[in-house]
Design a protein around this ligand. Structure first.
Ligand code: SF4
Length: 312
C-alpha cells in the first residue's frame, strides 16, 4: 500500500483510536483509564508520546536490517512488562523524552535520510493514535518506507485488524504457550491464547486469499526468545507454529539474560545454557522452517543467521 493510500486509512481509523484513550482499551489489559486526562494505565503512559531512542539497527533479522539498517524507534512504556525485560529502563522505569507527533514524524524522516530500510516501531500499541498521527505527517512529508510493527504479541485482534493495511511487516514475539509461564513472568495467563489468536489471524491475512502485496519486505516474522529451564515449553511452541502457521519464518533467539527482576525467579535467574539452546536448535532444524537462529550469546544482540543456508 502506498503512502497516499495509507494516509486515507489513517484518516478513517484515527478518530476512533484517539477516542479509545478516554477509557483506554488499546491492548488486552483494558485498563479503562482516561489517558487524555493524564491518567496512566498498566503500560505506565498517559497521553504524552514518549520516545527512548531512535537509530539505525543493524542487528535485526536480515530482511529487516537490510544493508542500510532498520530505522528503529523505541517507545517508553509497555503493556506486557515482563519481569526479565532487557529494556526495563524505558519499558518499565519510564526513561524517555516526551515528543509532539510532528517531532516523531521528523525522527522518521531523518531515519529515512540516513538510509533506513524501514521504520521499525518497537512496542508501539499503547501510543497507537499518536504514532498514526506522526506517520500521517511523515507520509505527507515524503516518507516512503515500509512500516515494521515490532510487538510483544500481546495485541487485541480488533486493533490488529484495524491497522493491518498500514503495516508492511509484523515482527511478532510469541513468548509462552503455557498460561502459568505467562502469569509468572508477564502477569498474563491469557498471553498464549492472545498471541495464538493474533498469529492465526495474521497468518490467514498474509498467506491466504486476502494476501496483500507487501513489496519486498517479509510480511510476518515470529520471534521466540528461549528461556532457561523452559525447553519443553519452547519445543511445544515451535511444534504449534509448525502445525498451525507453516511458511511463516521464525526467529529463534538465544540472548536471554536475567535482567531486571529475573533474579527473584529461581528458574530464570541465569542465562540460557549452550546445551539448552542446542536442544531447541535440533528440534527446530528437524522441522526445516524458514527463518533464523540467533548466534549463541551474540556480542551485539544480532537477531539471526539463516536456518537454511540456501535462504541467504
Ligand atoms: S494501552 Fe496502557 S492504558 Fe491502555 S489498556 Fe493497554 S495497558 Fe491499559
Amino acid at each position: 500500500m502506498n503512502p497516499k493510500t495509507k494516509i486515507k486509512v489513517i484518516d478513517k481509523i484515527y478518530p476512533e483510536l484517539l477516542r479509545k484513550l478516554e477509557s483506554c482499551t488499546l491492548c488486552p489489559r483494558n485498563c479503562h483509564v482516561n489517558r487524555l486526562k493524564d491518567e496512566k494505565g498498566y503500560c505506565g503512559q498517559n497521553k504524552n508520546l514518549k520516545i527512548y531512542s531512535s537509530f539505525l539497527h543493524f542487528g535485526e533479522e536480515p530482511p529487516i536490517s537490510g544493508k542500510g539498517g532498520s530505522g528503529t524507534i523505541f517507545f517508553s512504556g509497555c503493556s506486557l512488562r515482563c519481569i526479565y525485560c532487557q529494556n526495563y529502563k524505558f519499558s518499565q522505569l519510564d526513561n524517555g523524552k516526551i515528543m509532539e507527533e510532528k517531532e516523531l514524524a521528523k525522527v522518521m524522516l531523518d531515519l529515512e535520510k540516513k538510509g533506513a530500510q524501514n521504520i521499525n516501531l518497537v512496542t508501539p500499541t499503547h501510543f497507537l493514535p499518536q504514532i498514526l498521527k506522526a506517520l500521517k505527517i511523515a507520509f505527507q512529508g515524503g516518507l516512503n518506507l515500509p512500516i515494521v510493527y515490532n510487538s510483544s504479541g500481546y495485541e487485541k485482534k480488533g486493533i490488529v485488524k484495524v491497522i493491518e493495511p498500514i503495516v508492511d511487516c509484523w515482527l511478532l514475539d510469541f513468548k509462552y504457550i503455557n498460561p502459568k509461564t505467562g502469569l509468572n513472568y508477564s502477569n498474563s495467563p491469557k498471553y498464549p491464547n492472545i498471541a495464538k489468536e493474533v498469529v492465526l489471524y495474521l497468518y490467514k491475512q498474509r498467506n491466504g486469499p486476502n494476501k496483500l502485496n507487501r513489496g519486498q519486505i517479509t510480511p510476518i516474522i515470529i520471534r521466540h526468545l528461549v528461556l532457561p529451564n523452559h525447553i519443553e515449553e519452547s519445543k511445544q511452541l515451535i511444534l504449534w507454529l509448525n502445525e498451525n502457521t507453516p511458511n511463516i519464518p521464525i526467529s529463534i533467539m538465544s540472548q536471554y539474560q536475567p535482567y531486571y527482576n529475573a533474579k527473584n525467579f529461581s528458574k530464570i535467574n541465569r542465562s540460557l545454557s549452550w546445551e539448552e539452546y542446542n536442544q531447541i536448535k535440533k528440534i527446530t532444524e528437524d522441522l526445516e522452517p524458514d527463518g533464523w537462529f540467533q548466534e549463541f550469546r551474540p556480542q551485539e544482540n544480532l537477531a539471526g543467521i539463516y536456518l537454511k543456508e540456501n535462504d541467504r
